[in-house]
Design a protein around this ligand. Structure first.
Ligand code: ASP
Length: 326
């Protein structure tokens, strides 16, 4: 468990915590009746969601665009040198190469994603460029990198961050291939939000499973798995072992369950229940979901304890522990 997460855990007095790092408009903690959710609203995965939400909120105030907000929010995490599961500082694949996955979506059906991309510091902005500047939804690998160059994205040097290098060197001692994401080793950021105009958007970005096979792609860039957004209903995002999330089309499933009348919480719980029934070795696997509906109600649920998320409204930017199946 990272020192950062340990610190947050030790600091938690109850199930929710008001943290510094929020923008100045956030002055008090007032957990409202979830049935009358506050809008605007931004939810994001893990404790790095707190600074990411703050960055997203500041952007929302500046441009009034929830799309701009969810892009700016996770760009903050893509630069977080302490995060070993997002951005170029993330842990590499088993060949020692860091490859990134990201997706972005708007509630009117706009979506873009990049997978298995190298040397790009902000894959979320590249995903947005795919959405806005190509007739496609998804670009992968060398093609995504070439598109990035054509769009003027700078190419970063391909070296591991000092922390990732230390961890990779330790891993190489045994080189044990264990494609598992448990409660200790994942940190992807997924962010979903609704603006004051009722429009929804979401973003998701990751370096994926540590020491994965070269070429492995997780759920995060797969529209409907790591992220799904529909202005008529709501939005959902995922973190955890991507293979289990892809298998159940997790985020799409949650949005469709909400469309059929489930609350965001009920929909997240049903998605986890389905994931649990379809996954082997579930005792070793962590996955978690976040959801919002268009009324600003929220939901969060994980396979195991340990998943937390940040919730930003005009009342505060809170770190909240998710409930879990086990
Ligand atoms: N969902 C990501 C993946 O499977 C990993 C994570 O959430 O840490 O690539």
């Amino acid at each position: 468990m990272s020192q950062r997460r340990k610190f947050i855990k030790q600091s938690l007095a109850g199930s929710a915590l008001f943290l510094p790092g929020a923008v100045s408009a956030f002055s008090s903690f007032d957990e409202r009746n979830p049935k009358t959710g506050e809008i605007p609203l931004i939810l994001s995965t893990w404790n790095h969601g707190v600074p990411a939400n703050a960055a997203a909120w500041a952007k929302l105030k500046e441009t009034n665009s929830i799309l701009d907000a969810v892009e700016a929010g996770v760009r903050d995490t893509e630069l977080d040198m302490d995060n070993l599961s997002v951005g170029l500082q993330g842990l590499p694949d088993r060949e020692g190469i860091t490859t990134l996955d990201a997706s972005i979506m708007t509630g009117d059906g706009g979506c873009g994603s990049v997978a298995f991309v190298r040397q790009i510091k902000h894959p979320i902005s590249l995903a947005r460029a795919v959405m806005e500047k190509t007739p496609h939804v998804m670009l992968a690998g060398e093609g995504a990198r070439q598109f990035a160059i054509a769009q003027g994205f700078p190419l970063e040097e391909e070296v591991l961050s000092p922390k990732a290098q230390i961890e990779y060197d330790k891993w190489k001692v045994t080189s044990q291939y264990k494609p598992i994401i448990n409660i200790e080793n994942h940190d992807t950021i997924g962010m979903i939000g609704i603006g004051s105009n009722g429009m929804l958007a979401g973003s998701c970005t990751t370096s994926g499973l540590a020491y994965k096979m070269h070429g492995r792609v997780g759920d995060s860039p797969i529209i409907g798995a790591g992220l799904y957004v529909d202005d008529e209903v709501g939005a959902a995002t995922a973190t955890g072992l991507g293979e289990t999330i892809i298998r159940i089309c997790g985020s799409f499933l949650i949005v469709e369950l909400m469309r059929q009348g489930r609350s965001p919480q009920e929909a997240c719980e049903e998605a986890v229940r389905r994931l649990v029934t379809k996954s082997k070795n579930i005792q070793d696997i962590q996955a978690g979901f976040l959801a919002i509906n268009k009324d600003g109600e929220t939901g969060a649920f994980a396979v195991h304890p340990g998943f937390n998320f940040a919730k930003a409204t005009a009342s505060g930017n809170l770190l909240i522990d998710s409930k879990s199946h086990f």
